[in-house]
Ligand binder design. Structure first.
Ligand SMILES: NC(=O)c1ccc[n+]([C@@H]2O[C@H](COP(=O)([O-])OP(=O)(O)OC[C@H]3O[C@@H](n4cnc5c(N)ncnc54)[C@H](O)[C@@H]3O)[C@@H](O)[C@H]2O)c1
Ligand SMILES: O=P(O)(O)OC[C@@H](O)[C@@H](O)[C@H](O)[C@H](O)CO
Length: 486
């Protein structure tokens, strides 16, 4: 019987020769469509076989990934769906081990302390870093951080594991690994450094100093739209392959990875498979996060309010796409630095080609799910800069108002909007407090807006946009905003 391992599309390299060089925390769809794919490409050229990936799951739900991958020798299929309907499927073999931390703490620490492990990489979502968006400080009062500081040898969080593994490596005279964040965060390497050093400082200030001086945290910009795997994707993969895959990945064909070359114990020759190695990744990151991820937030919040389900439908809607392009032009481009070799207007055109790719069927619910962790980084950070510089803020502020209304759970046609976050009480309080101080409840949620509600210009723009949106509805308001001032 054919299996993923014996399938004609299976890896061409000898997987028994692959050894762990990278421990990756947070093996979700994106890691499997991105870093693991780049490594698989190298391995297919018989390179980087000593950079195999051992996946680590830290969250209770990650036992599902452990079970899915372990049952098929960690192989899985990746299908890239082109807008013209043509698909490319490959079987990826660069992940060759997986450990579920809640049931195998020792196993995780063992692989993290092995001298052959030279990189620990992460896609644990933006929220996983516990970093305050405004101050940039690590939240030392979060339950996980408090636990890991009190019990450093029994860590539960990614950063607790990294700190303990670095402590053990140092004690054994083993050089520290490089910590490589691949999450969508501005300065993701800096954020990882802050989280690791702050976590260490809570239990061992001297170790924290040593980490600051000896551990490298390269920044990178990562990009490939990777929707959640659906039951239909599983069925389709089985039809195409003739073999069952427990957890296939579907993604768009576009992929980009711009990475700072700061790896103290070496790295795979990523540049040979299209990764761009640069000195300063910040301009690339800001471009991607504010243009792509910011637009994703706009698609999610306007689209859901209009009763839509898919990103491609929202991106193809003339009112939404014109609104987003005007918003990017007026309120986002002025916050960006020039990006070497990239024309930002062409970049925006390419984004819309990608967003309208209906083959990948990315959902607005997935995009909105990242509202609480994404809006502060992708939208509000630029809005604050505009406020400080006296530039327009109206469209970004209107997006916040649209978001607050969508959270209530009813679209403008009376249909249900799937709840993807825990913000509803703030929106309900906003509704209950109409006309008074209570109407500021949504933007007074400091975990998202920090002190923005104290800014008179933001506050009054927000209240006027909220009122206009309730009165005119999304479509009319989006149109009116194209010519509105400020
Ligand atoms: N999906 C995309 O299109 C895409 C593209 C570029 C970058 N990314 C980045 O990758 C991240 C993950 O995306 P995905 O699509 O793989 O999501 P996913 O839901 O498929 O996987 C996320 C993984 O992170 C784990 N995780 C979540 N919170 C955690 C925490 N606090 N500590 C440790 N582990 C945690 C989950 O258990 C899961 O294993 C995104 O948040 C983003 O930063 C995603
Ligand atoms: O995953 P998040 O929170 O960064 O944001 C949701 C989407 O915008 C994101 O996953 C994109 O699909 C991705 O960043 C494309 O590279």
């Amino acid at each position: 019987m054919t299996t993923l391992a014996t399938h004609p599309l299976a890896p061409t390299y000898d997987r028994s020769a692959v050894t762990t060089g990278i421990v990756h925390m947070g093996v979700g769809g994106f890691h499997r469509a991105h870093q693991a794919m780049y490594l698989d490409r190298l391995m297919r050229e018989d390179k980087a076989l000593d950079w195999g990936i051992c996946g680590v799951g830290l969250m209770p739900q990650d036992c599902a990934m452990r079970d899915a991958l372990t049952a098929q020798d960690y192989l899985y299929s990746l299908t890239l769906k082109h807008p013209d309907g043509h698909h490319e499927t490959s079987i990826i073999g660069s992940i060759h081990d997986y450990k579920f931390a809640p049931e195998d703490r020792d196993g995780v620490l063992e692989v993290m302390t092995a001298p052959t492990t030279r990189i620990v990489s992460l896609t644990v979502t933006e929220g996983g870093y516990n970093i305050d968006d405004v101050t940039g400080a690590f939240r030392t009062d979060s339950a996980g951080a408090v636990h890991d500081a009190a019990h450093p040898s029994e860590p539960e969080t990614s950063f607790g594991y990294i700190v303990e593994a670095l402590r053990l490596r140092r004690a054994a005279g083993t050089a520290p690994f490089t910590v490589m964040s691949c999450d969508n965060l501005p300065g993701n390497g800096h954020a990882a450094r802050t989280a690791v050093v702050s976590q260490a400082r809570m239990s061992d200030p001297e170790l924290a100093q040593w980490i600051e001086a000896n551990v490298s945290f390269p920044n990178c910009m990562v990009d490939r739209i990777t929707p959640k795997t659906t039951p239909a994707d599983i069925e389709e993969a089985e039809k195409v392959l003739g073999v069952h895959d427990n957890w296939p990945v579907v993604a768009e064909p576009f992929t980009q990875w711009v990475l700072e070359d700061q790896f103290t114990l070496g790295r795979p020759p990523y540049e040979e498979v299209g990764v761009q190695l640069v000195e300063d990744v910040v301009p690339y990151e800001l471009m991607k996060l504010r243009l792509l991820n910011g637009s994703h937030q706009a698609l999610g919040h306007w689209g859901r309010l209009l009763g839509m389900t898919y990103a491609h439908d929202a991106a193809a809607d003339a009112d939404i796409s014109t609104w987003i392009r005007t918003y990017l032009d007026r309120e986002v481009l002025p916050t960006l630095r020039p990006v070497p070799g990239i024309d930002l207007r062409e970049y925006i055109d390419t984004l819309f080609e990608r967003f309208t790719n209906e083959a990948i069927a990315d959902t607005l619910a997935r995009l909105a799910f990242f509202g609480p962790s994404g809006m502060p980084k992708f939208v509000l950070a630029g809005l604050r800069e505009n406020l400080a510089a006296g530039r327009p803020i109206r469209m970004g502020t209107a997006l916040c108002a649209a978001w607050s209304l969508g959270v209530l759970g009813r679209d403008e046609n009376g249909g249900e909007i799937e709840q993807v976050d825990d913000l509803r009480p703030f929106s309900q309080a906003q509704e209950a407090g109409r006309g008074g101080e209570g109407e500021l409840a949504f933007i007074r949620n400091a975990a998202i807006f920090s002190n923005l509600a104290e800014d008179e210009r933001f506050r009054s723009t927000y209240l006027s946009e909220l009122a206009a949106l309730r009165e005119q509805g999304s479509r009319s308001r989006m149109k009116a905003l194209l010519t509105a001032e400020n």
